[in-house]
Design a protein around this ligand. Structure first.
Ligand SMILES: [Zn+2]
Length: 234
């Protein structure tokens, strides 16, 4: 036992770290969630389906390869609670850990995203990122990258306009709203590469679609998508 482990155990004894969902004390190797709550999170399994409903959102994008989403996002559900924790309450380490765990399953166990060269988080507008202090999709991407062993590129794609929240808009309004939202800052960096676009929540897919549309203009790219969560698609 190292001194650090002993100190951590002592800390846990006096200030137990609790599972974010069921509030039971965490074991030493557990982070943010207990094993039972983590196992109970609703996986989509979309990447394993031949009729992958997430893939259908991006039909028509040239050079589209793999599309995956880890968990179902349900209003008032546990996954929404986790998303709010890393999006609005500053817990970027949770975004990292969920990205890492997703990659262990989708890449490590199921063999997807093997040929990825570069991970590209969906960018936030500069003002929004400054206000939040970080981009949650970047932290999800960093967690995935620690398993895929590939770099995260946060500078190649930029969000050029600051859209108000999309929550109360129709699908058509969202689509219109997203056009020309993103620009390529360093297309040379991306040429000929297999890019994995990483998002936190897919609702209609309009944001990812706008990003893919921009990325598809880079010569020789192949494109894949990963979202940590997705609203159930039918
Ligand atoms: Zn728990």
């Amino acid at each position: 036992m190292t001194l650090r482990t002993i100190l951590n155990d002592l800390l846990d004894l006096f200030f137990p770290r609790l599972c974010l969902l069921c509030h039971t004390p965490l074991l030493r190797e557990e982070k943010h969630l207990c094993l039972s709550c983590f196992c109970d999170l609703p996986r989509t399994g979309y990447h394993l389906r031949t009729d992958n409903p997430a893939r259908k959102l991006f039909a028509g994008i040239p050079a589209l390869r793999e599309v995956g989403a880890f968990l179902f996002f349900e209003r008032e559900g546990k996954v929404q609670q986790l998303v709010h924790t890393f999006k609005y309450y500053g817990n970027k380490q949770l975004a990292y850990e969920l990205g890492r765990m997703a990659a262990l399953e989708i890449y490590g166990r199921d063999g997807f995203y093997q040929t990825t060269d570069l991970l590209i988080p969906v960018p936030l507008h500069r003002k929004k990122e400054r206000k939040r202090g970080y981009n949650q999709s970047e932290w999800i991407a960093k967690g995935m990258a620690s398993v895929l062993n590939k770099p995260v590129c946060r500078t190649a794609l930029e969000r050029v306009t600051n859209t108000p929240t999309q929550t109360h808009k129709t699908i058509y309004e969202r689509q219109l709203n997203m056009e020309n939202q993103f620009s390529l800052a360093e297309p040379k960096l991306l040429e000929g590469k297999h890019l994995l676009l990483v998002d936190d929540v897919i609702t209609t897919g309009a944001t990812c679609l706008a990003c893919l549309d921009r990325l598809a203009s880079v010569p020789g790219v192949r494109l894949s998508v990963f979202s940590l969560t997705i609203v159930r698609q039918y």
